[in-house]
Design a protein around this ligand. Structure first.
Ligand code: SPV
Ligand code: MG
Length: 531
């Protein structure tokens, strides 16, 4: 309200949708004119109330959301009589629109610049009733009702314009809009010479654009509506560029003259969504990485010595099954440490790291080869294991810094003399595996009668767990390179546990296999398929 009643110049810039409203704000305008002409044109219809008032309201809602300055709606004739106006004012207030401009024509209106002389004006009394109804129904004292007289437009002259403006101000209108379609400002200036000053005046200088604002300020007008210049700018740019594109069939014709999509994202405030997502969405394994230790080879009978991860199972390499399992958990960033026959390990997608010393080194050497990849949440998997999806999903459900998957069916799965990575755990996991048990011991030297499970080659590191592993790898690289070269992951975990780092376990029962050699491959291939 103060904007229009003060003696400071206020320009209401036209906007017709959320984007143009936002751009008007960014350009610095202190208020917005939600133009009937522009909104209807942007909707592809005429300025004759072809768009329903609720359709206009919907556009306004987007404009109000996208801008932070007051919006004055060009409310035409109020879309009906006093009763429709009352409802309109309620709806505008609900949507945070600062005011409405009502014009003294008849519904359905016609734009002032079309056949103006033939346009009928509303009865003064009837229109004054609308204005009173608007003022009586506003709940926010600051809501502005602008009364617009079309006396000049309809060819009635100065006396009618003054009579109407006075009657409207008396009926409670906060501001008077006096409109003229002359190519100069004579009508406006004559009006101002005789205007009582009962209410501030706002004008729409579309037809007399070359008149300097200062002239009007000297005449006592401080409010100006730039009524359709955003829309016309848009049309000018679109006509020019679309024609050029059509003719050239070449995007480069305009590429360097138009804003980049990043600017569109900025206007849409994509950054805010990103910040909020990290605040409100659960942060799942989507950001986790997976690292596959696939440096060793195996003897696969007729197929001979092969990189284990490239052995075909059910028609494709073991590594591709693993990558698919990671992808299903939202893990897209996969690293693979290769060694034996490394040229063979060449699926598209993963980042590759090489442990060329694979023949005489151990797992930690492979892990260290991918040291820079170990960051954030990381699943570390042996390259020779195949596992059901739920095993990985159970593992990923653990929030603990370090978690391994262990198999309680180890006794019935393995021959008694097979060397296994056995684990002793304490505590019983809950129904959903959330309160995992704690690992007390891990290694091939764990006595069989104490073991509660077999480690199946899947390890999840999160946050502090990842940092602890990296610290230890760095220490070993600096102080004990030979240990780093030879040690395996069980040693790494044991060292961490000895230094007080807790290692958790999730329990599974079968549904995985390690593909060591021809025999295990056949065993896996011979599993009956349950359709
Ligand atoms: C509008 O912008 O829709 C207006 C101003 O009402 S004018 O087009 O000049 O009538
Ligand atoms: Mg209009």
């Amino acid at each position: 309200m103060e904007l229009l009643t003060s003696r400071e110049v206020t320009i209401l810039m036209e906007a017709h949708n959320g984007l143009s409203a936002k751009l008007a704000c960014e350009a610095g305008f202190e208020a917005i004119w939600a133009s009937g002409l522009s909104i209807s044109a942007a909707l592809g219809v005429r300025d004759n109330n072809e768009a329903s008032w609720t359709q206009v309201l919907e556009v306004l809602e987007f404009m109000a959301d996208a801008s932070d300055v007051p919006i004055l709606l060009d409310g035409d004739t109020g879309y009906g009589n006093f009763n429709n106006v009352r409802r309109l004012v309620h709806k505008l207030e609900q949507r945070g629109v600062a005011g409405v401009c009502l014009e003294d024509k008849l519904f359905p209106k016609t734009n002032s610049f079309i056949d103006g002389e033939r346009q009928a004006l509303a009865e003064v009394d009837e229109f004054c009733g609308k204005l009173r109804a608007a003022k009586d129904s506003q709940r926010d004292d600051g809501f502005v009702v602008v009364a617009r007289t079309e006396a000049f437009i309809a060819g009635w002259g100065i006396q009618e314009a003054l009579l109407r403006a006075n009657a409207y101000a008396e009926s409670g209108a906060d501001v008077i809009l006096v409109h003229s379609k002359r190519k100069d400002s004579t009508e406006i200036m004559r009006f101002m010479e005789q205007w009582s000053g009962a209410a501030p005046v706002v004008i729409v200088p579309t037809k007399y654009p070359s008149e300097p604002i200062d002239r009007f300020v000297d005449a006592g007008i401080y409010n100006f509506i730039f009524a359709n210049h955003a829309l016309r700018t848009t049309v000018t740019a679109l006509q020019r560029n679309l024609r050029r594109l059509y003719e050239s069939r070449d995007l480069m014709t305009i590429e360097n003259e138009i804003v980049g999509v990043d600017e569109i994202f900025r206007l849409q405030n994509v950054q805010e969504l990103k910040r909020s997502e990290s605040r409100y969405l659960p942060q799942p394994s989507a950001t986790a990485r997976a690292l596959v230790l696939a440096a060793t080879g195996g003897n696969f009978g007729e197929r001979g010595e092969m990189a284990k991860s490239m052995v075909f199972i059910s028609g494709r390499p073991l590594l591709s099954w693993q990558i698919e399992a990671f992808n299903k958990q939202g893990i897209k960033d996969v690293g693979v440490v290769r060694g034996f026959n490394k040229a063979q390990v060449n699926l598209q997608g993963p980042h590759y790291f090489d442990n060329d010393d694979f023949a005489s080194s151990g797992e930690l050497a492979s892990l260290y080869a991918a040291r820079d990849f170990i960051e954030g949440d990381v699943v570390i998997a042996y390259g020779d294991i195949i596992f059901d999806d739920f095993i990985l999903s159970n593992l990923m459900a653990s929030e603990a810094p370090i978690t391994i998957a262990i198999d309680a069916s180890w006794k019935i799965r393995n021959r008694a003399d097979k060397v296994l990575d056995l684990v002793v755990t304490e505590g019983v996991p809950s129904a959903f595996g959330r309160s995992a048990s704690v690992v007390r011991r891990i290694g091939s030297d764990v006595p069989r009668d104490q073991a509660t499970g077999e480690w199946c080659g899947l390890l999840l590191l999160r946050g502090e767990g990842t940092r602890a592993v990296c610290r230890l790898l760095d220490e070993l690289a600096r102080d004990a390179p030979e240990t780093l070269r030879k040690a395996n992951i069980e040693t790494l975990l044991t060292t961490l546990m000895q230094s007080g780092q807790e290692v958790s376990a999730v329990h599974i029962y079968g549904h995985w296999n390690d593909i060591d050699d021809e025999a295990s491959l056949l065993a896996e291939a011979e599993q009956p398929t349950i359709a």
